[in-house]
Every structure is written in C-alpha cells, then in structure tokens.
Design a protein around this ligand. Structure first.
Ligand code: SF4
Length: 653
C-alpha cells in the first residue's frame, strides 16, 4: 500500500535510520546491452554466430574462397581432398569456392526481399489499421486478394515470362508478392492499439497522424516488424532457391539456387559429386534456421515476460516428501496450514525471494485478510498457496509446505491439483473483466466449470447456475449475458458465484473489490461475509486497503518485504498495533470520528528484494529503529496471541 493511498501525508516522520538499501546504478552502452541480451540467450547466440559466418563469407569471398567459383580449370568430378574440400563439379569448378561465392547473392536476396516486403507490410497494415474506414476497406481487400493468390505458381509464371530474371526482377517479384501476411498481422495489432489511452492523449496533445504513426505506434510494434522482416527473409531464401533450382533465374549467376540447378542437371548425387547438391542445400537450411532463431530470440529479448529464466535449484534444496500412507496433517480445525513457505523469482541478477519463510494457519470458516504495500509479496503468497505459479506466471516455490485437506499441495501433480481446484479450493481473480471470457456468456462459463468437475446434466447445471446467481443477488435473467453487458459489481459477483459452484472449503480472493467504487465495494464485502457465514467456507482475502477489511476479517496478516510483519486478531491489530509498520499504516488513513488529527505517512519506500537490508527489513523506514534491529535477522515473537517481527517485543514473550 503506498502511503499516498492511505491518506494525506502532511509531514514526514523521523528520517530513516539504519543502512539504506544499496542501489547500484549500472550503466551500459546500447551495444553492451544488446550483446549482454544476446549472450544470455542461447537461441540468439547460435543465430547470430551462424548469421555472422554467412555475412563474413558474403563480404570477403575473394579472401576466403581458394579459387574463382566459375573457373573451369580443374579435372571434373574430383572427390573431396585438401585441394578441393568439397570436390569439383562436372565442369571442373571447385565446389567449396562456389558455395562461398554463392553466399553473397543468397544473402542479398534475403535481406533485400525482407526489407521490401516489410516496408510494404508496414505501410499497408498500419495505414489500414490506423486510418480505418474506406482506406481500411480498400487496403484489406488488396491484402486479402494477395493472401489467397497461389504465390509460388504465380512467381513461376512471372519469372518464366521474364526469362533469365536478374537479381532486381527476383527481389521485386518476391517482395511485391510477399508482404500480405505481415500486413494482416500489423493491421490487427494497430487496431488493438488504436483505442489505447496513450494514442488518444497524443491526439489530444494535437499531434499529427503521421507523427502518431511514426513515433507512437511503430515503436510499440518493433518486435512484430522485426518478426515480419525475418519471416520475409526466410521466405525469400527458400523461394529464390526454389526458382533458381527449376531454372527460373540467371543460370550464370553464382548462388546456392543455381548450384542446385546445375547439380540436378548433371545428376550430381549419382555421378559421384554429392556435395555439389548437398553443400548449397545445407547452407540454405542453415541460413533459414539462423533467421528463425533470430526471430524467436528477438521476441524473447524484446519482451522480458517471454524470457524463461531458471532458478539455480542447488541454492534451494527440496524437502523430502513424506511417505504416501501418512497424512501430512490431521484434518481437524485447520483447513489450511502454510509452513515455512518461500517463493523465488529468477531474474537476470539471480534469484529474488518474494515470499520468505511464511507460516500461517486458517481455521474452517475463518476470514483471513492479507494486507501490505504493492510488491510486499501478498499476491505471490496467494498464488503459491493456489499453486498457480510457474508457467505461464513466473515464480517458483523453493521451500515449505501448503497443507490443505491433509495433503501437501506443493507435491501434487497437475492432474491431482485439477481435482482439488474449484471443487475444494477456488480463486476469485482481481479484475473480473479480465478473468471472465469476453466471448462466452456467464452461463457458458459456469457450464464449463461444472462439466470439468462433475457429471451434472445440462438441466442441473442451469438450475445450479441460476441458484448461485440469486445467491449473489444477480437476477438470473442475466445468466445468458456476456460479461460486457454486466456492470463492474455484477461481473465481480458473477465471478464469486462461479467460485462457489461446488461450495469449496477455501475461497482465495485477490483484491476482488479494487475496480469498484466505495459503495459497490462495501456492498460486495457485506455479501461475501454473509455467504461465508451461510456456507461456512474459509476466505483468504488479499487487499491493499486495510480499512476495507476492518469489519469483515477475523484475523489480519500484515506483510512487509516478503515476510510476515504482524499476524493478529483484526480487532487487536486495529486497537493495539504492535509492529511500527502496522502503526504507520493505521496512522496514514483518516478516521471519520473523533478529533481532527494530522495524518502521518510512512517515509521512504519498500526495499529492493534483490538486496534486502540486513536484519529488520523495515529498519530504513522505521522511526523506532535502533542498533540491534540491523544486527541479525529478526524472528517472529508471540505477544498475547499475536505474532510480531520486531525487537521491541523481544522481552514480552
Ligand atoms: S525491529 Fe522493530 S523497532 Fe527495529 S527497525 Fe524493525 S520494526 Fe523498527
């Protein structure tokens, strides 16, 4: 919770003491950044190395090739030897030299066609998507016509008409016919960007459309444009080689395609000159693979979310699983026990522990609220409990147990987890509009959940869905509505109804009210509490708004920098907060009753979890910090039934 969200910060508290988090400013040049990104990505490294090899061959063929590739000066059909690494052709030419000299033309065709096709795709796709209306209609029609044309036969006809087509003809024909697929993708991307706020605000600022396209739209589509270029280059390499192979092109030019043409004409494979055909074929495949690898790698480098980083597991030894016959926890009052749970994210700078040795226990029918500032680890903890971390969400459980209904969820296979999810443990996501599928009605989404977990008939599913909607105060006439036809509050209620389809033991809620106005928030909270008391399920409720849960939760867990700062009965925590951080949070939001008091915020900001401060993590912001706070890790102390991580309560134990 940012202090500003808690209330007005009229004056700063005591300046921070203790060691400030070390923030090293690291400066690298642009080329340094690019090289670091490439060297860390295996696909990029292999792609760049192969591409570099071909570029060097294309630039310096005279220095690398031992002979002139066209010179017919040797004995025909010689086998490979030190003098002729790949042997000689039926005309007495050195095959290795031909491969080296042929690289230049093949590479030039790939790059020139890639550039021409990408330029046309950007021009047509972005103009169609951004300008819309008649322009879009006309350009889309042209794109669609070219898309459905049988390109290869058409190219054969054009190339045959232009007999012995030279480089320019080949590039123009391939480029002009190869842009349509990229244009379609770029148009779709532009359409999705068109209504984004940053484009609207550029127009409001009075920017010209050309400026918006060049400076606002194109930079956001860099990865798609590069992918279009690399895709067009692969297409050019393969198509040009295919055309030259069937004799449509200048047969006297030096390229891998013409090598294949002459090798096939002389039946090289059967006449003892296999490398005449194999070597250019392998080069074409390698160049295509290099473009494809660069394409994948660029996607990952330009989009950090796609990067797969692995945790160094050796740093987090796994606990031995208990014997299968023994239940790991007695199923008694506790519906959930979280023991020593730690979660780490792999980053370029090494693992970052986002949840650090968290313990908590939840009784049946209990309402536990988890509060804290953004980045304190509360949502990560919640996703770890529901086992929703890992692909596609980053993060990995690196220690501890999540005991639910007698089983450790951390050890369950995906198949076993599917049985537990929704029937016994359900999750209500933060933004209902994103969590509900926009193209399916509420009824269809409820039916999907029922069919995945039960053998209910269609009639029973319909009846159960109506019953649940009524339970959350939505008129069942909305059952067949699409999410966009419901208000924000109704969508969130529909999500809750879906979560209760099987009356689970535990419902995990991730800030379900954050997108609602205060009146809707309050009414939804009242409803959640009533449902909980009526149906008896336990709730873990994550929020950054402490005041919201003050009347509804049984206990409150305050998290700070990945650790439990305080865990107490809600009333106790509001009346007598023990941790200076809890006191800071409570002191930062206004009371509607009592005398007017000046609000005091919490100075500073949470620490960087990549290098948390030594000892108490709150020390740099704590007004009561002293030397012993930073001397060693501060454990949780038990004080009158509450748990608090603060040395001030060391003696109260
Ligand atoms: S241990 Fe307690 S007093 Fe010391 S810095 Fe941390 S919160 Fe403040």
């Amino acid at each position: 919770m940012s202090t500003s969200s808690l209330g007005a910060t009229d004056e700063l508290a005591v300046p921070p003491v203790g060691p400030a988090p070390v923030v090293a400013e690291i400066r690298h040049g642009r080329w340094g950044d690019i090289w670091r990104a490439i060297s860390r990505n295996r696909k990029a490294l292999v792609g760049v190395l192969v591409m570099l090899l071909f570029v060097v061959l294309a630039i310096f063929p005279g220095q690398i090739a031992p002979y002139d590739g066209q010179a017919e000066i040797f004995q025909p059909a010689l086998p490979p030897s030190w003098h002729h690494l790949f042997g000689t052709t039926a005309y007495g030419q050195d095959i290795f030299s031909q491969v080296v000299w042929g690289t230049r033309l093949s590479l030039v065709i790939a790059l020139a066609v890639g550039a021409l096709a990408t330029g046309l795709a950007v021009l047509v796709g972005v103009s169609a998507g951004y300008l819309g209306g008649g322009t879009d209609g006309f350009l889309s029609l042209v794109t669609d016509v070219i898309l459905v044309l049988p390109i290869f036969p058409l190219i054969i006809v054009i190339a045959a008409y232009e007999k012995n087509a030279g480089l320019l003809t080949l590039v123009v024909v391939l480029g002009v016919l190869g842009w349509s697929y990229g244009a379609r993708q770029l148009r779709s991307q532009t359409l999705s960007l068109r209504r984004r706020d940053f484009l609207e605000s550029a127009l409001v600022r009075g920017e010209r459309k050309s400026y918006v396209i060049l400076h606002e739209i194109l930079p956001t589509m860099t990865s798609l444009i590069v992918a279009t270029f690399l895709g067009a280059a692969i297409y050019a390499v393969l198509t040009a080689a295919g055309l030259q192979f069937i004799g449509l092109g200048d047969p006297n030019s030096q390229s891998w395609g013409t090598m294949l043409y002459w090798a096939q004409n002389n039946e090289a494979l059967f006449a003892g000159m296999p490398l005449w055909a194999i070597a250019p074929g392998v080069c074409i495949a390698l160049l295509g693979a290099a473009f494809a690898l660069l394409n994948y790698a660029f996607d990952e480098i330009s989009s950090p979310a796609l990067r797969v980083r692995k945790l160094e597991r050796a740093r987090f030894p796994k606990a031995e699983p208990p014997p299968p016959s023994e239940p790991v926890v007695a199923v008694d009052k506790a519906v959930l026990k979280v023991e020593n749970l730690s979660v780490a994210y792999a980053t370029d700078g090494g693992p970052v522990i986002a949840v650090d040795h968290v313990d908590l226990e939840l009784a049946r029918g209990e309402f536990l609220a988890i509060v804290g500032e953004s980045g304190c680890g509360k949502s990560t903890l919640l996703y770890a409990i529901a086992r929703l971390l890992g692909s596609p969400l980053p993060g990995e459980i690196v220690g501890g147990r999540v005991l639910f209904q007698g089983r450790d969820l951390v050890l369950l296979e995906e198949r076993e987890l599917r049985r537990v999810r929704w029937r016994d443990l359900s999750v209500v996501m933060q933004s209902a509009m994103n969590a509900l599928n926009p193209v399916l009605t509420v009824a269809e989404q409820m039916r999907d959940a029922c069919e995945a977990h039960s053998n209910m008939s269609k009639k029973e599913i319909e009846a159960r869905s109506r019953e649940l909607l009524k339970l959350v105060s939505i008129d069942p006439v909305h059952l067949h509505s699409y999410p966009h036809q419901l208000s924000g509050g109704m969508r969130q209620r529909a999500m809750i109804a879906m979560a209760l389809l099987f009356t689970p033991d535990l419902v995990i809620m991730d800030e379900p009210t954050s997108a609602l106005d205060v009146v809707a928030q309050r009414s939804l909270m009242v409803q959640i509490k009533e449902l909980q008391e009526q149906l008896g399920f336990a709730v873990i409720f994550v929020t950054h708004d402490m005041s919201l849960v003050s009347h509804f939760s049984d206990r409150l867990l305050v998290m700070y920098a990945g650790q439990v700062a305080e865990l107490a009965e809600t009333r106790d925590l509001f009346d007598r907060p023990l941790h200076p951080y809890s006191q800071g949070l409570l002191g930062a939001f206004p009371s509607l009753q009592g005398p007017k008091v000046r609000l005091v915020g919490i100075p500073g900001s949470p620490p960087d979890l990549a290098s948390p401060p030594a000892g108490c993590r709150f020390a740099p912001r704590c007004p009561r910090a002293e030397a012993r706070c930073t001397a060693a890790e501060v454990p949780l102390y038990s004080v009158n039934g509450s748990l608090v991580r603060c040395v001030l309560h060391e003696r109260a134990q």
